[in-house]
Design a protein around this ligand. Structure first.
Ligand code: GDP
Length: 292
């Protein structure tokens, strides 16, 4: 079973980005450092038309630092691409972005040749947070609610340096089955597109293989990390539910509630700094996995 997700209005966003990109010098694509490939939208590559590209692995504070280095190296091999990892709440790395843009588009950034930077990324990846950090006031999210004027799309950062927010909503596009699970685990696709329990079981199985010690530290449901890694995923979910008191009347474990706890713990970083895909794994999924 895989996650099916067909959001509407993609063609409008495609058109809007295609138009906007014509006058853009550098495109910043923000991805989630815990799932960099799955949180990218492959449509962007085709729309960017050789524009210099800066990948921002955001939420790096929640990701596994060693794996973040692997991803940075991997992106570094692509042409006209630079990659940085950051926590967009902090302004120091945000300033590093300005320098990276200047390196990608030398000669731009003056009054007569302004630098125009487009920030793209799927919902919730941290675009508004980054813009707020860079622009230095609560600029971006102001108008994301119904009835409020359309949110501002262009921000002057300094003289001759402009940031543009994604025009429209760039939904994720799932091309391999595992990406669906990873996006769901991160909370990046609508809740009614997936089953919490199934997604939590997939996540647990992955974390058992790669982060058993962190699971043990969070949930202490086995005598050792090795023993925890050996548990069947259903048994692990049940043990976590019991330990956290997620029980139904009569004492059975409430699997739905337990799944919500596990997903929430992953999203908030309570399980620790984990990254749920590597460049090699993603390439393998593309080569051999179920394609959607
Ligand atoms: P947007 O939909 O892409 O504009 O995303 P937002 O900027 O609204 O961010 C979505 C959520 O992620 C918010 O709760 C932010 O506080 C959080 N967030 C954004 N950037 C980071 C980051 O670098 N690290 C962490 N831990 N959380 C972040």
């Amino acid at each position: 079973m895989s996650i099916q997700w067909f959001p509407g209005h993609m063609h409008l966003t495609r058109k809007a980005i295609g138009e906007r990109v014509k006058t853009i010098d550098v495109v910043i694509e923000m991805v989630d450092a815990r799932l960099p490939a799955s949180s990218a939208n492959p449509m962007l590559r085709e729309l960017l038309q050789h524009k210099p590209n800066l990948k921002v692995l955001n939420k790096a504070d929640l990701a596994d630092p060693e794996r973040t280095q692997q991803w940075l190296q991997w992106y570094g091999q692509q042409q006209q691409t630079r990659a940085v990892a950051m926590d967009s709440h902090h302004s120091a790395p945000a300033r590093a972005l300005i320098e990276a843009c200047q390196a990608l588009a030398p000669g731009r950034g003056s009054m007569d040749k302004p630098m125009r930077v487009l920030i793209c990324g799927i919902p919730n990846v941290g675009k508004s947070t980054l813009i707020n950090t860079m622009v230095g006031k609560r600029a971006a999210k102001a108008a994301n609610e119904p009835g409020v004027t359309r949110r501002e799309q262009r921000f002057a950062l300094q003289d001759g340096f402009y940031l543009f927010d994604t025009p429209g909503v760039l939904w994720p596009r799932i091309i391999v089955a595992q990406s669906g699970y990873n996006l769901a685990a991160a909370g990046s696709i609508g809740r009614n597109a997936f089953d919490d329990e199934l997604v939590a079981l997939e996540l647990l199985a992955y974390l058992q293989r790669h982060y058993a010690a962190l699971l043990l530290a969070r949930y202490a449901v086995a005598p050792s990390a090795d023993a925890l890694a050996q548990l069947p995923d259903h048994a692990l979910l049940e043990a976590i539910g019991r330990q956290r008191g997620a029980l139904l009347p009569g004492g059975r474990v409430n699997a739905q509630k337990t799944a919500e706890i596990i997903l929430q713990d992953f999203r908030s970083g309570a399980i620790g700094r984990v990254t749920i895909e590597t460049p090699a794994e993603f390439q393998a999924w593309q080569a051999t996995g179920e394609r959607l």
